[in-house]
Design a protein around this ligand. Structure first.
Ligand code: CDP
Ligand code: MG
Length: 716
């Protein structure tokens, strides 16, 4: 059972009267900013139990810490441990987060609290963005990133403590990481073990050798003594037992939080359009309720951006005195300097409306929220192991998620939560969300486990076993992509190369394939553009203009080529403006995007990703050349890379996906929506009322048998 860690009653505890915006510059009143920060830190519930927490960590190699969202776990515990000298010998405290945004915003906050520059003693590292240095002692990162680090440093020897934060989210990376940490802990607790010992094999089958870490020109690990690893698992929900059991009855402690009463309101009837219903509720709150910020839970970037536009439109219809609403979006792929806007103080006389994905459920605690609008939906991965198809679907939240969401309204005072569904529906929700490992394609994870030396994936000690059918299907896909040999070993060199790229195996394969087809320049752009959400946007009131703008970039054969055209047009536009500083470039590119109905946030993100993966493939020594005007060559390369996602037109105009037999429709946003070619490849399947495919290119059916004979000579 979780052990309570309630502190002595502390008067400061109940009166966090000074609110401290983290992005506000100077000083407030008579207190300096530093004093305010210190005061704010002291008033967090966790501050009362600092000493006892540090003691617990000293005593136990594995500790589970459960605490209410906002109690100070993520920002404070790493600082407590740093102060208590857990960074001996220059070691680092690593803190993993399931989401990029949390890693970035929290590290910024903690750097500020510590009074250091971000990237020095406190930093973050996420895929495609590293803000750390040799000095870094507290490092926030995504769980996926730490898994990749393990490929190069199997002992995780630079860390003295690993904190797995938000473990209740149970992302597939968190689950695999827990298994890995269990093994690393065992390996490191053996005395006299050094980072260059080779071939120690433990329970989970991870082989600790230095071969992988040193292959292909990566930095050599120093041969140095590795001390035992402390593992801390932190979670917002109350079910510590599953983690405790998994770590052999590990100690669990519970930190008492502060929660004010939240009034829950339901709708009388089910809402046919939850976005419309959310908009009405937002305005109802704004016009009728007392001051206080509003947090709205939406399912993704597209929804957030369309609701943001609709709010702006409706505000214009209100009398001037009522337009005092500030909308602030927050979602994972938001450029990092924009992410911090949610923490900025609301300007006097304004009401902030934060439009968030489920990131704001527990990962990111936003101050000032008094109202929560919860339509009750979340975007989740879903996997059909029989058909081998992964898709993103919008599903109802679980009860646990609904409770977390409403809790966000009661952090600083009593609040209200508007659930946009009838009360009877709440009772029908699942108690908690199913771990992601049970509903996603495992190819990526299996490839990484294989690279770590875990050959028997079914025998891996997962906290919860994924369905056997998913493992089998993913092994089959990896084999078809050439990453595995017939006896399920990582192939040379393809499998090893694929494991080194921080991408989905299918995209890694595409890049490697493209270097052989002389179109890696084009494929790098493609993979970067496919890695972000919605490059184009078409506001309802300017639909025709948006369509005309899109036509300017479009290729009759391909959404992929269309995306390349957009990327290149932006590059050309910027090239013409040489000699002007970067800050100005960004501004001008934003204007260009607006004129061309391009989503500037997405394009910026894609340009970032492009820069990074180009660096990776360069390091790997792949030939980066362009096919020039020969787009036929590029389309053939797409066919060779994405043959598992080929589809044939049916007589009535729908398509049959060849690998799964599923009947799908071309999404109306595709260039090929009307043309309906006979044979296509696609990159994305979205399930709403229909099964839609997106990111489509016309190919020739014969290319499949020619370029993917390992698959298409069978009677497909
Ligand atoms: O991890 P946990 O949910 O327990 O709390 P936390 O993320 O450590 O947050 C502690 C406090 O810091 C909360 O009051 C947050 O509002 C505040 N915080 C902030 O003001 N700015 C950030 N970037 C992160 C946290
Ligand atoms: Mg936290």
């Amino acid at each position: 059972m979780a052990q309570g860690l309630n502190g002595e009653p502390n008067p400061a505890n109940r009166a966090p009267s000074t609110s401290l915006p983290s992005t506000d510059g100077g000083s407030t009143g008579s207190l300096s900013r530093r004093q305010l920060i210190a005061q704010r830190r002291k008033s967090l519930p966790i501050a009362d139990v600092e000493k006892r927490l540090v003691e617990e960590v000293r005593k136990h190699d594995t500790l589970i810490i459960v605490g209410e969202t906002g109690s100070g776990k993520t920002t404070q515990i790493p600082q407590y441990l740093w102060n208590a000298e857990f960074c001996h010998d220059g070691k680092t405290i690593g803190v993993t987060q399931p989401r990029r945004v949390a890693a970035v915003t929290v590290s910024k906050r903690v750097a500020e609290e510590c009074g250091v520059e971000l990237g020095k003693q406190v930093g973050y590292s996420i895929r495609f963005d590293d803000m750390t240095s040799g000095l870094t002692r507290i490092k926030y990162m995504t769980d996926g990133l730490l898994l990749r680090e393990a490929l190069l440093d199997p002992y995780l020897s630079r860390y003295s403590v690993i904190i797995v934060d938000e473990a209740h989210e149970r992302t597939v990376h968190t689950d695999v990481l827990l298994g890995l940490l269990k093994d690393v802990q065992k390996a490191r607790s053996k005395s006299n073990c050094t980072a260059d010992n080779s071939n120690i094999q433990l329970g989970n089958g991870i082989i600790f050798n230095k071969e992988l870490g040193n292959s292909g020109g990566f930095k050599q690990q120093n041969s140095q003594k590795v001390l035992p690893l402390k593992v801390i698992i932190m979670s917002a929900s109350l079910d510590a037992r599953v983690f405790s059991d998994y770590f052999g009855g590990a100690r669990a402690v519970h930190i008492q939080g502060r929660q004010f009463l939240v009034e829950i309101l339901y709708t009388l009837h089910p809402q046919p359009d939850y976005l419309d219903s959310a908009l009405i509720t937002i305005f109802q709150i704004h016009l009728e309720e007392a001051p206080g910020d509003v947090l709205v839970f939406l399912t993704g970037q597209e929804e957030i951006e369309s609701v943001e536009r609709l709010i702006q439109e409706r505000l214009r219809e209100l009398p001037e005195g009522k337009r005092n609403v500030l909308t602030v979006p927050i979602f994972s792929s938001l450029p990092s300097e924009q992410q911090m806007r949610v923490f900025a103080a609301t300007p006097p006389g304004f009401r902030k409306v934060i439009l968030a994905t489920n990131i704001a459920e527990t990962s990111v605690t936003i101050p000032g929220i008094k109202y929560v609008v919860d339509p009750g939906f979340v975007k989740a991965r879903s996997y059909d192991p029989v058909k081998g198809i992964e898709s993103l679907i919008v599903i109802p939240t679980s009860k646990a998620q609904a409770l977390q969401r409403s809790g966000r309204a009661g952090r600083e005072g009593p609040g209200k939560c508007f659930r946009l569904y009838p009360e009877s529906e709440f009772e029908k929700l699942e108690a908690s969300t199913m771990p992601e490992i049970k509903r996603c394609n495992l190819s990526n994870v299996i490839l990484q486990l294989k690279a770590l030396g875990v050959d028997d994936v079914t025998g891996f000690d997962f906290i919860e076993k994924p369905p056997r059918a998913s493992i089998v299907k993913s092994l089959e896909q990896l084999f078809l992509l050439g990453a595995l040999t017939e006896d399920c070993k990582l192939s040379h060199p393809l499998g090893h190369q694929m494991a080194r790229l921080p991408l989905d195996p299918i995209y890694s394969k595409a890049l490697i394939q493209a270097s052989q087809f002389n179109c890696l320049v084009e494929m790098l752009i493609t993979v970067a553009m496919l890695s972000v959400e919605s490059i184009f946007y078409a506001p309802a009131e300017k639909l025709d203009e948006a369509r005309t703008a899109m036509k300017g970039f479009s290729s009759p054969d391909s959404d992929h080529i269309t995306l390349i055209n957009v990327f290149r047009a932006a590059e050309e536009f910027l090239e013409k403006r040489t000699g002007i500083n970067k800050g100005k470039d960004e501004k001008i590119l934003k204007k260009w995007c607006k004129e061309n109905f391009i989503n500037s946030r997405s394009l910026r993100h894609a340009r970032d990703i492009h820069r990074q993966i180009k660096g990776h493939v360069g390091q790997m020594g792949l030939q980066i050349s362009s096919c020039g005007e020969d787009m036929l060559q590029y389309r053939r390369c797409l066919a060779a890379s994405f043959f598992l996602n080929a589809a044939l037109r049916q007589p009535e105009g729908s398509y049959r996906a060849l690998a799964s037999g599923q009947v799908v429709q071309i999404h109306p946003s595709s260039i090929l929506f009307r043309a309906k070619p006979d044979c296509i490849i696609f990159n994305e399947l979205v399930q709403t009322n229909n099964k839609y495919i997106r990111s489509i290119t016309r190919i020739d059916y014969l290319w499949l048998t020619e370029l993917a004979p390992q698959y298409y000579t069978m009677e497909k």
